[in-house]
Structure formats: structure tokens, C-alpha cells
Design a protein around this ligand. Sequence first.
Ligand SMILES: Cc1cc2nc3c(=O)[nH]c(=O)nc-3n(C[C@H](O)[C@H](O)[C@H](O)COP(=O)(O)OP(=O)(O)OC[C@H]3O[C@@H](n4cnc5c(N)ncnc54)[C@H](O)[C@@H]3O)c2cc1C
Length: 377
Amino acid sequence: MIDCSRMTGIQVDPDQRIVRAQPGVLIRDLDRETQALGLAVPGGFISSTGLAGLTLGGGFGYLSRRCGLTVDNLISVDLVTADGDRVRASDDQNAELFWGLKGGGGNFGVASSFEFRLHDLGPTVLAGPVVHDFDDAPEVLRQVSRVFESLPESVSCLPVLRYAPPAPFIPEQYHGRLILLLAMIHTGDPEAGESALAPLRLIGRPLADAVGPKPYCAFQAMFDKTAAHGARNYWKGHYLDELNDGAIDALCAQAARMPSKESSIGMLSLGGAVSRKQDTDSPYPHRSAQWVLNIQARWREMAEDRTHIDWARATFESVDPHATGGVYVNFLSEDEGEARVRAAYGEDTHSRLVALKRQWDPENRFHLNQNIRPGGS
Ligand SMILES: Cc1cc2nc3c(=O)[nH]c(=O)nc-3n(C[C@H](O)[C@H](O)[C@H](O)COP(=O)(O)OP(=O)(O)OC[C@H]3O[C@@H](n4cnc5c(N)ncnc54)[C@H](O)[C@@H]3O)c2cc1C
């Protein structure tokens, strides 16, 4: 294992509106440095996620509907290859390698530096959670799905089915009970925030509404405690073209059977700028999906592994008829095998990645990953 965690350099160039970051950087480090100047790169929604792995798989988060995937904002990558050579990949240099690095994972070398385009943001944004009783979850999710079709790209929402944490904004009698939490943010012109988020906030009869002006960095860290180190985890993922009635009913039924108070089912809104790029622009062929589903089983005792893994798998199966069949390469679990890696890319993209792998890593030195085998299957 090559440990890059001490490579944490970040250089922001506000005039050029670019940032260079080393591979040990976490999303929160990047947000801190760029937000000091009111700028941002779209990253994931848990701020302790590593920038390198997230970027090399595609990368999405709250800013993606407005600004695209993390890789849509990538300008160049410096890479140490399997031969030990140092190369730069960009649209102008090693362009095919650059294409492969925008979703092909750690298959082609060790990234030693990333360069990204920056967007204006905040640093204060209108954002926060709105909490609903679990009994209302199916109807609220139906309405979220309906209103989303007319919401601007500056609005993003992450509905989460989970047990309520003892957070001060949730009435005490709901702590430890199943809830539907809608994490929402407006990432555009602050003046337009209230009216842009209103259609989501007006749905149903919320138990709590903690939406308000807050630092983007604080909102990005909202779920960090739910992903702190030390627990056992098993994830499954799907993409959905729409949050339809069948998917909503299946997810709510499985949430009611959730065997751990730490598990959750999250659905992040995509579309917008993500969908405007072509599937062939990067090895991320899920551009048309409007939602990405993340089934997170999380528990403490090894003796309970079977129970929680079975729940995650059953949840995945129950939504399968409503899903696209694709999967985000960064949400694959270790046991999912080569067929799922192919599903993450689709046949055409996978073949193109295999050709690239043959060129840059023919002996498959980098294979402890979602592996693209140089020999194909
Ligand atoms: C709690 C949590 C929340 C998440 N939320 C999101 C989200 O909102 N959006 C999203 O898009 N993804 C999300 N993810 C998925 C995340 O993108 C992947 O887990 C990603 O692999 C994390 O990268 P890392 O650098 O932290 O991981 P690591 O475990 O360090 O790396 C994972 C793999 O990436 C490759 N890699 C890492 N660094 C390099 C490098 N320098 N050069 C070459 N290859 C490298 C290697 O193959 C490595 O095995 C989340 C994951 C977690 C655990």
C-alpha cells in the first residue's frame, strides 16, 4: 500500500480560479482553503472523504447539479505510472489517460497532484435539514420527487431514511425513532435561496426545519458523525432515473426493517450539470440518472455481520426493478466482483478502459482496487 495521507498540500489561485491539491487532502481540507476565498470544487457530502479516491471514481455531492461532477472540473492530474515514470494528464497531454482518470479509479498509476477549476460559492449558503415523521415518509418522498422536476439546478437535496440522532433541532420525543431527513441546500445567488428551497420546505408537516444561512463547510460536515471511524460497514448502491412509487415503497418498507440504529438509506439528487455532459466524456456513464441511492449498513459487533449485510442486500434487491442497473464505482463493496465493475462502466467504456490499462499497466501492478484487468475479463 502506498500511503499518501501526509501529502496534504493545497494551493488556491483565485486569479486563475484554480486549485491544486495533493492526494492526502480530505474534502474538508479542500473546502476550508477554497471557501476562505468564497470558492469551491464539487466534492462528497461527508467531509472526511479523501479527495483522491473520490475524484478518481467521478465524485458527486451537493454542488454537482450546479457545477457537475468533481471530474467535470478536473484540469490535470500528475501521475506516477507502473514503470515509475512521472507524467501529466490533461486535455492536451496524454488525453486518453486523462479521460481514464476521470472515473477509472486507481488503475493507471498513483496520482500525486490534482488541478481543479473553481466555482463561486457562499461561503454562507442557505441550507439545512428538514425532518419528517417516518409515517409520512412515502408521501413526502413522492412530493419531493414531483417538485424536483421544476427546481433550479442550484437546489440539491439528500433525503435520508434513518433513526433520529439526539440533535438539538429534532424534538426530544423523536430521538432514536425512524425519521425521514431532507438535507437541502441552495448553492446559487443567496437572494434567490428562500424562494428556491420553499417548494421542498413546504411539503407535508415537518417535525423540524433547521434550514438557515450557514457556512457551506458546516453543512458539508453535517453527516460526519454518522460516518466516523470505528464501525463495521457494508454498502450497496443503485442509480435511479426517477424516484418512482415502487422505489419509494420498497425503500420505506426496508427502512422499517433496518436492524441497526446506525444504518441509513440516502438518495442524492443528481441531474442538472451532471446530465449535460456526454456519457463518453469520462468513464462515468450514468449521466442521465436523476438520483443515486446509497444503502449503508453500519453496526458494531462482528457476530452481527450476517444480519446487517443481509438487510443491505435485501434492500438492494427490492429496489432493483426500479433502478438503472448501473452502479457508482466508488459505492461498490469488496465482494461485488467483476460483473459489477463492468456494470459501473458499461461494456463500451469498460473496453476503452481495458485498452488504456494495457497501455499504462499491462502487468496489472495496480490491482487492489475496482480492477480493470489488462486482459479484459
Ligand atoms: C463516509 C463516506 C461518504 C462518501 N460520500 C461520497 C460522496 O458524497 N460522493 C462521492 O462521490 N463518493 C462518496 N464516497 C465514496 C468515496 O468516493 C470512495 O470511498 C473513495 O474511494 C474515497 O477515496 P479515499 O481517497 O478516501 O479512499 P482510499 O481508501 O484512500 O482510496 C480508495 C481507492 O482509491 C484509489 N486511490 C486513492 N488515492 C489514490 C491515488 N493517489 N492515486 C491512485 N489511486 C488512488 C485506490 O485504488 C484506493 O484503493 C463516500 C465514502 C465514504 C466512506
